[in-house]
Design a binder for this molecule. Structure first.
Ligand code: 13P
Length: 252
């Protein structure tokens, strides 16, 4: 059966020393809190991966990068390959975040390549999808999400899908303080699971973790996580303070 996961996405925040301290604090808090019912993951900037990997205990906290390149190696100045990410000790990579799609023009095809390279490098993928406010108002949100998932993931085998976590992040809820209601999120999560079922069958659909992201906080996490198809969260702002993040980790 699928795992519950709470993953932080620090985005472009913290210096290396600040990030190392935050990772230590989270790891210690997780270790000292009995009965945690989810896998905790920290998504950190490339520059932090090696240092954070050295201070976390993988029995409590796993490590994710926030991106990787769409080429395996070579003359791509400034890029970081999936194999490089894996060599830091990272376990996961976040791909397809709306900030990367929007600000850095990442396309469905490019993300398909990144997914392949990440899996080949032995990383697990946290694949983000989600609609803009305009798309939701126009009623095209189901189609947008379907296109993102089908286009970048559905070439994978069922075995490969075991290494993919999907995160639904409505763009209008990211960093805005406006959360999708638990019913709105559940509706999309159930839809994503139905897509997985059609393509891969019930087992893969039941085994795939689907996270919600977008202004998730200690105050709204319990209601979101209580929904049958919401298996945890991908947390931006609230992952930057240990107490807030732990308030979400303990929300199950
Ligand atoms: P916030 O939690 O800050 O809204 O960000 C969500 C997000 O983008 C996680 O990837």
């Amino acid at each position: 059966m699928r795992k519950n996961i709470v993953a932080g996405n620090w985005k472009m925040n913290t210096t290396v020393p600040e990030g190392v301290q935050l990772a230590k604090d989270v790891c210690m808090a997780v270790a000292q809190t009995p009965g945690i019912k989810c896998q905790v993951i920290l998504g950190v900037p490339f520059t932090h991966l090696t240092a954070v990997n050295q201070v976390i205990d993988k029995n409590y906290v796993m490590l994710a990068a926030e991106n990787c390149a769409d080429h395996d190696k070579g003359a791509y100045t400034g890029e970081v390959s999936a194999a490089m990410v894996a060599s830091t000790g990272a376990d996961f990579v976040i791909l397809g975040h709306s900030e990367r799609r929007g600000y850095y023009n990442e396309t469905i095809d490019m993300l398909k390549t990144k997914v392949d390279l990440a899996l080949e490098a032995g990383l697990k993928v946290i694949f983000c999808c989600g609609e803009s406010l305009d798309e939701r108002k126009a009623g095209t949100h189901f189609e947008v999400i379907k296109n993102e998932i089908v286009g970048s993931l559905f070439h994978l085998s069922a075995d490969q899908m075991a290494n993919v976590v999907i995160a639904y992040e409505p763009i209008w809820a990211i960093g805005t303080g406006e959360t999708a209601t638990s019913d709105q999120a559940q509706e999309i999560h159930a839809f994503i699971r139905s897509l997985l079922c059609e393509k891969y069958g019930q087992q893969v659909a039941d085994d795939t973790t689907i996270l919600y992201g977008g202004s998730c906080k200690p105050g709204n996490a319990p209601e979101l996580f209580a929904k049958s198809d919401i298996d945890g969260g991908l947390i931006g702002g609230a992952s930057l303070k240990c107490a807030d993040f732990m308030g979400i980790v303990t929300a199950f």
